[in-house]
Structures are given as C-alpha cells and as structure tokens.
Design a protein around this ligand. Structure first.
Ligand code: ZN
Ligand code: ZN
Length: 613
C-alpha cells in the first residue's frame, strides 16, 4: 500500500510561508543593498531563503531582529502579489536586469536544459522574484506575530559543495502566535533530549580529539547499553536460525574490487595500508606492496565465509550474523555525535537463499523488525521501498545494470510488503547498487530524517564472488543474498534510543539498573549486602555511599534517570525488606528481598518497560 506523497503546494499554509519568504528577501535587500539571492522555499515548519550578503555584513542575532522588524513593516504596507508570465527570451532579459546571477543560472537551466518556454514572476511592492507561486493575494493576509527568524546556517548553492557557500536564514511560520509558541516549546523540549546533550549528562560516550573525530569512545554506561542490545540480537537471531561468525577488521584490496566497492566507494574508505610482506619473509622487498583496507562493510567477509565450504541447497537459507565493526571516512562537516561517525559497529547479517526462499526470508526479516520495534515502542516511522532509477543517465555508474534482475527483485520486495499488509512509500533512485531495499525512516528529535535500519535484496554481488550451491538436481546455482541490520549500528541506534526514551531507559537496558540508598551510615552494610545479591544475579546495581541527605540522594538518582531506587533503613533491615521507588513514579512499594528479586528477574528477562506516570 504505497502512501501517496501529499501535494502540499496549494494549501493556505504553503502560500503563507512562501509569501513570507519573498517578504524576507525584500527586507534583506532593503536593509543590505547588494545582497544576492538563492532559493527561498517553504519547509515543514516555516521557510528559508539563501543569500549572499555584501562582504561587510556578518548576519547575527541583531541582524535577524532588524530583518524581522522590516518584514513587519512590509506586511503592514498591504503589498499585493502580482503574477506575470514571460516568454523565455523576455524572461531571461528580465532576470539579467535583476542582476541576480544565481537566478539567471537557474532560469537558463529551466529554459535551455528542461525546455520550458515561459517563466513566471511575482512582484510585491518593489520586489520581483522568479517563482511558480502560489502566494497570498496581499501581504495583509500574513500573520504579523506567527513567524520568527530562528537561525542562520551555511548552505552551498543548490546543495553542491563545489558551489559558492550562501547564508541561509531559517524562519518558523505558523498561522498565529499560539501555534508558533507551541512549536518553539516542542523544539526546546526536543533539544533537551538531544543525544549529544544527554549522552554527556549520562556519561554514555566521549569523543576525544586525541583519538580522532567521529571515533566515539564508549564509556561504561554506554557500553552496558551496547551489551544489552547485542544480547537481544543474539537471542532473537539464534531463535530465528541465524549462525554467528567473526571476521577481521582489515582486508586486502582485491576483496573490495571483487565486491565493486573499489573504486566506486573509495572516497568513503580510509586510505590503504601498504604492506611489504616479501621483505618480511626474507625477500628483497622490491615487489609490489600488498594494499590492506579497514573494512567499510562486512558483506564481502561474509561472502568469503560462504565460499569457504562446498554449499548444497540443504545448507540454505544460510544466515550469517555478526556485530561487525566498520570504518567509513565521513566528511568532517557531516559528523554528528553518535548519529554520524567514522567508526561503527553494525547489527549485520547476510542471508543466502535459493530463488524460491528469497521472498519468505525477506518477509521473516520484516517480521523481526516488527518484533524489535514493538519492544522499543517505536511508532513514529515509515517504510521506504527504495528502487533503482532506470532513467538515471548515470545509471551505469550507480547500479548493476541488469534491468531484468531489477524488475524481478523489486517485484519480490513489493510483494513481501503487500503480503505483510505494511504501508510504505516508494522512492526511485534510492536503491543500493546491488538491489532494491526497504529502509526504516525515522526523525530524530532535532527533526532530521534518517535511516535507522534497512533490509536489502542483493542479486548482483554473489555472482561476482562466484558463490555457488549445488541444487537438488546436481547443478551449481548462485544464491541471492539479503543484507539486513534491524538494529542498525550501535552508534546511530543508541543515539536514537537516547532521544526516544529521553535518557530514561527501561530497566533491562539502563546502564545502572538499581541504586541502593542507605538512609544513614549504619545501613551501609545492609545496602552492600543487597547490592551483592543483585550483582550475583547480573543486575547492574550500585550503592550511594555519599553522606548526603536521603532527599538529595533520591534526587541524584532521578537526575541519572536510574529506573529503580531501593531505600533501606532500620525498618527494612529488621524485616529483611526494601522500599522500591521507580523513576518518575511517586508511589513507593515495600517488598521482601526475595519477592523483589523475583519480580526484578522477570521484568528484566521479559524486557518490560514500566513507564513513569
Ligand atoms: Zn514565490
Ligand atoms: Zn551487507
């Protein structure tokens, strides 16, 4: 059931935001004559416009409030928006007169490359922009207090880093002040949950310049979460018939030539290590050095595991799993906390199937995703079926060029989604180079859409590696391969989990699960005894040994978002009980140690999430 892209162009919200972007550009050019224009579209929560300011202007907060004031003046002038359609020649003439080189470049492209025979212009007051519209009739329709300029960022002209860097001014725009305020509050609340902020507050990870950008160090708290996720994946995959393997972090160049990653993907890899092995073994060292790469993905290694033995149809489907560490040389500017890094560990597996098994295995992976997502209570995401784009002029560089195989595998992926009754969007041109895939798209709290996990069909790489199995009839055949990573990489997945839970993890996943809190020093022995019992049960427990007041200790446990605090004093010690206080829940409960341990074991084993009120 493909979801239709909503057509949002002709809604009142779109017209309002789009018109405001013209008003902002007019205000900017009024205040800073000589400012050049890029594009200024509406976006989800407002609009932006790209500018090149004259050399002496560095836009800051003061600039933004000046622009905002000027925008309000313009709105009060009740300027009408007038449309004018000009034939190609006249349109170019008009833009040349506007002295806007970037608009001109775009207009030339529209006319010369895309064959448009006319262009439309909109005039409001003294300002003219080349634009398709639509707009409001008149600036008096724009909400004086429903918008605010929110931030300034750098942006390359048309998103291409070979082009000039422009200054993008973002604005929120809503129909009225109340909606604007709600939006700003939601964003602020979201920023509180941002994984870089919480990651530091909860001591999950550190990024040290001495080690390298994009190479996170996992601190004990973050490592506890990784281990729980690996345990979960181990169990889930074991029950689904997967087998675990382990492969090295470096490998010879030839492996990636065979896979097709070299030279296609070389920019994204760390440069090779040159090894003179001949010299080491007593030769003169004069031969060609061997090139080794840090692995950017685990697939070729798993293909080698497949190839290491004769395979028969009885071995299939063969599901090889590994939490594999890979390294990718992401651009410095793209790095972002844990969400985009250069060293990562992936919940990887490759499933080798016969053609008849492919669809069922693909469906089984989708079902596994569903189980995980129910466990984590993910609701706000969508599926994207990513296909190749046969019309792409560069298709030969981007995809294995086998239209028949694309058609067959895309059909299987689509049928799998339909048979499972899943909703999905279709996205042409987003496929992997070896086949179609389903991506699981999420939004982070700071509103960036990203892929958390993926399920891919590969018809192209197994033949390149000469992978074979002996079929029922004794002939050799090439298997299909499914690449899947429901829990993505630890880095991105944990970044996402931190924001999803706002740092308040369910007990099974929490770095510190239980904090034992003695009321006074004389209860310390009893507190340590309980800690010992918990640790024997593999529960991550700690005693708060500080001499702060009980109230302070409780607050400190809450700041660390520890799911359970056990308060122990005279009453508890005499009766052999504990007083249990859960994160975010006011009501306390008194239980015997045995009863508490039983309940805790169940809660952790079932990975239950007992939520705050
Ligand atoms: Zn416009
Ligand atoms: Zn793979």
């Amino acid at each position: 059931m493909p979801i239709l892209e909503e057509s949002s162009r002709d809604t009142p919200l779109y017209r309002m935001r789009h018109s405001l972007s013209h008003v902002m550009a007019q205000a900017v050019q009024k205040l800073y004559p000589g400012t050049l224009l890029g594009f200024g579209p509406p976006i989800d929560d407002g609009f932006y416009y790209d500018f090149i300011f004259p050399g002496e202007v560095t836009p800051g907060e003061k600039t933004l409030s000046e622009i905002e004031e000027t925008m309000r003046e313009i709105i009060r002038e009740r300027q009408g928006f007038e449309r004018e359609d000009l034939a190609a020649g006249d349109a170019l003439e008009r833009i040349r007169g506007m002295k806007e080189p970037h608009k001109l470049e775009y207009a030339q492209e529209l006319i010369e490359k895309r064959g448009m025979d006319s262009l439309s212009f909109y005039t409001n007051g003294p300002f003219v922009d080349m634009c398709e519209g639509p707009h409001v009739d008149n600036t008096s329709k724009l909400p004086l207090d429903g918008f605010t300029l929110r931030s300034v960022a750098g942006a390359y002209w048309r998103g291409d880093e070979r082009n000039v860097m422009m200054t993008r001014i973002y604005a929120y725009a809503y129909p009225n002040r109340k909606q604007l305020r709600l939006r700003k509050q939601a964003v602020q609340k979201a920023q509180e949950r941002e994984h870089r902020k919480l990651g530091q507050e909860l001591s999950l990870f550190a990024i040290r310049d001495e080690v390298g950008r994009g190479l996170p160090l996992w601190l004990p708290n973050g490592t506890a979460i990784r281990q729980e996720l690996e345990k979960l994946a181990d169990e889930m995959e074991f029950k689904a018939g997967y087998k675990r393997v382990a492969t090295p972090h470096i490998t010879k160049a030839q492996l990636y030539r065979t896979s097709g990653h070299l030279p296609l993907y070389e920019d994204g890899m760390y440069p090779p290590m040159l090894m003179h092995e001949e010299a080491e073994s007593g030769g003169d060292g004069g031969g060609e050095p061997e090139r080794y790469y840090l692995k950017p993905m685990n697939c070729p290694h798993h293909h080698m595991v497949f190839a290491s033995e004769m395979r028969s149809y009885r071995d299939l489907p063969l599901r090889l799993a590994e939490y594999g560490s890979v390294y990718r040389f992401e651009k410095l500017g793209a790095l972002q906390g844990l969400a985009r890094v250069r060293g990562m560990t992936m919940n990887d597996a490759h499933i080798y199937t016969t053609p008849e098994q492919l669809k069922d295995e693909f469906k089984a992976v989708m079902e596994m995703h569903k189980k995980y997502y129910e466990l984590f209570e993910f609701e706000d995401y969508f599926l994207r079926l990513s296909l190749w784009d046969p019309e792409d002029p560069k298709r030969r560089n981007k995809y294995f060029d086998d239209p028949e195989a694309w058609a067959a595998t895309e059909k299987i992926a689509q049928e799998a989604l339909e048979e499972l009754g899943l909703y999905y969007k279709v996205s042409k041109g987003e496929a992997a180079f070896y086949g179609p895939k389903v991506d699981f798209q999420f939004r982070s709290v700071i509103e960036k859409e990203y892929t958390v996990s993926t399920n891919q069909i590969d018809f192209a790489v197994p033949p390149r590696f000469g992978l074979k199995y002996v079929d029922r009839d004794g002939t050799e055949k090439t298997p299909y391969c499914i690449h899947r990573a429901p829990l993505g990489t630890h880095e991105r997945f944990i970044a996402f989990l931190v924001e999803h839970y706002g740092g308040a993890f369910p007990t099974w996943l929490a770095p510190v699960q239980v904090l034992v809190l003695p009321i006074s020093e004389r209860h310390l022995g009893y507190a340590r005894k309980i800690e010992g019992l918990l640790r024997q049960d593999m529960v991550r427990a700690e005693v708060d040994e500080s001499d702060a007041t009980t109230g302070k200790k409780i607050r400190s446990g809450a700041t660390r978002k520890i799911p359970m605090i056990l308060i122990v004093g005279d009453k508890e010690e005499e009766a052999g009980t504990v007083t249990v206080r859960r994160y975010g829940i006011k009501q306390q409960e008194n239980k015997t140690i045995e009863a508490y341990l039983d309940d805790l074991r169940d809660e952790i084993k079932e990975r239950r999430h007992v939520k705050a009120d």
